[in-house]
Ligand binder design. Structure first.
Ligand code: SF4
Ligand code: SF4
Length: 100
């Protein structure tokens, strides 16, 4: 089945987990710097501290103009994007099934 082009404004799947950053990006915006451990920005409750909103409904990055290079590598509808959406979707489904 071919997936239609998703919307980042409601998705946010690639903003879950830790974010790899490069030395040349330092210093990061304060909200990310506060969560930085070496070369990674660690998640808060499983998601990037800069992500606001509700996954699957409406989300936004509060540091979009200064987001890490890695974040810009996710081309909407590209291979990386679709793989993330598939994997995260399965994880969420499993978590829902376990809760029942
Ligand atoms: S790039 Fe893809 S995975 Fe990331 S928020 Fe946009 S639609 Fe979701
Ligand atoms: S910095 Fe922005 S784009 Fe990058 S993971 Fe965090 S919320 Fe997503």
């Amino acid at each position: 089945m071919v997936e239609s082009i998703p919307s980042c404004r409601s998705c946010g799947e690639c903003c879950l987990g830790r974010v790899l950053i490069a030395k040349r990006e330092l210093p990061l915006p304060p909200i990310l710097e506060a969560q930085r451990a070496g070369s990674f920005v660690l998640p808060v409750n499983g998601r990037c501290a800069a992500l606001v909103g509700t996954l699957g409904s409406q989300v936004a990055c509060v540091v979009y103009e200064r987001r890490p290079i890695k974040c810009g590598m996710f081309e909407v509808g590209g291979d990386l994007c679709l793989k993330y959406r598939k994997v995260q979707g399965r994880r969420r489904l499993l978590a829902q099934l376990v809760k029942r």
